[in-house]
Design a protein around this ligand. Structure first.
Ligand SMILES: Cc1cc2ncn([C@H]3O[C@H](COP(=O)(O)O)[C@@H](O)[C@H]3O)c2cc1C
Ligand SMILES: O=C(O)c1cccnc1
Length: 350
């Protein structure tokens, strides 16, 4: 898949016609602000003056991190990953509630949780292994496991698209994955590690200092791999790698890709290094409260839609942004033009 994937930015030739449609709506020029840019982006991605959001959904990928068993980088125990998967299956997590409120399809994927789940109709089993290896001692995963995870993420997106979904967000669950995301961020962006390491689930100052020191040790061992997929294999989690493969596939299929918080954006950083044009398909849902997220977004030149001081993950920010995308294409499709409504345009004095 990765070798053959073609991702090119959408043809821009529809841009002027789309802008004209937007400007003819019964509102002062530019008055719908960022929604106008969103409508334009949707139109270009779908190469249509009438883009739609069809069968939008969220896929949450869960995976464990070898290092989390030591508690050096994570305030919560590793077991919370599996416990939260049960919570997702029981409908009790924040992402369940937001998907229900906004009528979004939710899929939950075991990418590599350190727990044997009994088969469940709502749990998609793509387990690569019982969690990654501890990157303090070796690479988090082999290159072939990384490849398997990238492919699994991509295949799930192909299934969604075949079922009619054209707008997709990704979420993650994996205790310790904010540490992995910090390492990925440092390797891809070159931003100093201390600016990439934050509180995650709520590490206090002492815990954050230990997290940073631990991650410095990991960097001393492995350095900064040049290849983005090698960065993922060295430090990543199976959930993060699957998200990277999923983002790439969704962009290749010209879907709208809704980017969540710190961990999902780290997966995007790797995807972007491999295929820079992936960005044209991305909608940045929110600016997370996690320390490094704003710098990641700035590196990508991304303007997030929401600023809610959220720092949860699970795809919660993405779920909140999808109604905004629906609103954007909604006004483009359904608002009356000045001519249709008989409203005077500027410069026309009564
Ligand atoms: C109860 C609970 C629910 C969560 N839902 C998402 N996360 C978030 O926190 C984790 C990353 O933070 P760290 O790197 O500090 O472990 C990820 O699982 C992320 O999705 C949660 C964390 C907890 C504790
Ligand atoms: O921004 C996020 O997505 C995030 C931040 C902290 C912990 N988990 C996720």
């Amino acid at each position: 898949m990765l070798a053959t994937l073609r991702i090119t930015a959408p043809d821009q030739s529809l841009s002027a016609a789309l802008q004209q449609c937007i400007d003819q709506k019964t509102k002062p020029l530019g008055a719908l602000g960022r929604l106008e840019a969103l409508a334009l982006q949707a139109g270009l991605i779908q190469q249509s003056l009438h883009p739609i959001v069809h069968k939008p959904g969220i896929i949450v990928f869960a995976g464990d991190h070898g290092i989390a068993a030591q508690g050096l980088v994570n305030p919560y125990p590793q077991a919370v990953t599996a416990q939260m998967v049960y919570n997702f299956l029981n409908g009790g997590a924040a992402i369940n509630v937001f998907c229900a409120v906004h009528n979004l399809a939710l899929s939950v994927v075991d990418a590599g949780v350190n727990h044997n789940f009994t088969p469940h109709s709502d749990l998609v089993d793509r387990k690569v292994a019982m969690g990654t290896q501890n990157y303090l001692y070796g690479k988090a995963m082999t290159d072939s496991a990384c490849h398997e995870a990238l492919e699994a993420g991509a295949a799930l997106v192909r299934e969604k698209q075949a079922a009619g979904c054209n707008t997709i967000g990704f979420g993650e669950m994996g205790i310790g994955n904010s540490a992995a995301a910090s390492l990925i961020m440092h390797c891809i962006t070159g931003i100093p590690l201390e600016d990439c390491v934050g509180a995650g689930t709520g590490a206090n100052a002492t815990q954050q200092a230990l997290k940073l020191k631990t991650l410095q040790h990991a960097l001393e061992k492995h350095g900064v791999p040049d290849d983005p997929f090698d960065v993922l294999a060295t430090y990543g989690g199976f959930e993060t790698v699957m998200i990277c493969g999923a983002i790439l596939q969704a962009a290749a299929l010209q879907m709208m890709v809704v980017i969540d918080g710190f961990i999902v954006t780290a997966a995007l950083l790797a995807a972007h290094r491999a295929h820079p044009d992936v960005l044209a398909y991305c909608v940045f849902a929110h600016s997370s409260h996690e320390k490094g997220h704003r710098a990641m977004l700035a590196y990508l030149g991304a303007a997030p839609l929401l600023q809610l001081d959220m720092r949860l993950g699970e795809g919660t920010g993405a779920a909140l942004a999808i109604p905004l995308i629906k609103s954007a294409v909604g006004f483009l499709n359904h608002m009356a033009t000045f001519a249709q409504a008989g409203v005077s345009t500027s410069g026309t004095t009564a």
